[in-house]
Design a protein around this ligand. Structure first.
Ligand code: HEM
Length: 179
């Protein structure tokens, strides 16, 4: 919600799309992961392993830091900008939502399904993934369909305590939309 409140141009694209697909009341949740909730995915090696020429002894904690991977320019050009178009499969057209120029910028990044794993991966990955995504989509859709949301307090700071959390209060300005 913070990123959509700070990027009014993207909020307008989302609002128009919601109005088109749900005229009476639903996106972009993936880019909300601009600031991943979990700092990283942790695993313990069950046998001696070699990773990128480093010998990792059995029983070592290995952390894949999501927060760092997500700001890699190699995979996510303009990583620090909120660009939901980076998660689109196809370039936006007049008939589909999104900014085509932004899509062109971000599509120069390398594609790798393991570059960003906010819900982990494998047999111990998050069992609530679908549920959490659905909840976020419904909340975002309902709010943005009915209200314009702003955040007028500069850039929010985050802190990390296993989970990444906002440091500042979430003081949104919420204005009801007339349409
Ligand atoms: C935005 C919300 C959420 C995020 C970002 C998230 C992220 C994660 C991550 C990164 C893991 C560790 C995965 C791994 O080590 O590979 C995890 C595990 C888990 N999550 Fe979530 N989660 C979310 C919401 C939920 C919800 C709503 C539920 C339950 C309804 C849930 C239930 C679980 C459970 C039970 C595990 C442990 C799975 C296991 O160890 O086998 N999560 N989650």
């Amino acid at each position: 919600m913070y990123f959509i409140a700070k990027n009014q141009d993207k909020q307008e694209i989302l609002f128009k799309e919601l109005k088109r697909v749900l005229p009476d009341m639903n996106g972009d949740i993936t880019e909300e992961k601009c600031s991943p909730i979990f700092s990283g995915n942790l695993r313990t090696t069950v046998k001696e392993t070699v990773l990128l020429n480093y010998r990792i002894p059995k029983g070592t904690w290995v952390l894949m830091p999501n927060t760092i991977a997500r700001v890699s320019e190699e995979y996510f050009p303009k990583a620090n900008r909120f660009i939901p178009e980076r998660w689109l499969k196809n370039r936006p057209t007049n008939e589909t939502a999104g900014n085509a120029e932004d899509f062109d910028i971000v599509s120069k990044g390398k594609r790798n399904p393991f570059a960003f794993l906010p819900f982990g991966f494998g047999p111990r990955s998050c069992i609530g993934k679908r549920f959490a995504e659905l909840e976020m989509e419904i909340l975002l859709a309902k709010v943005i369909r009915n209200f314009q949301v702003e955040y007028n307090y500069g850039e929010m700071k985050f802190f990390s305590k296993t989970l990444n959390m906002p440091k500042d209060p979430l003081r949104f300005k919420v204005t009801e939309r007339k349409q």
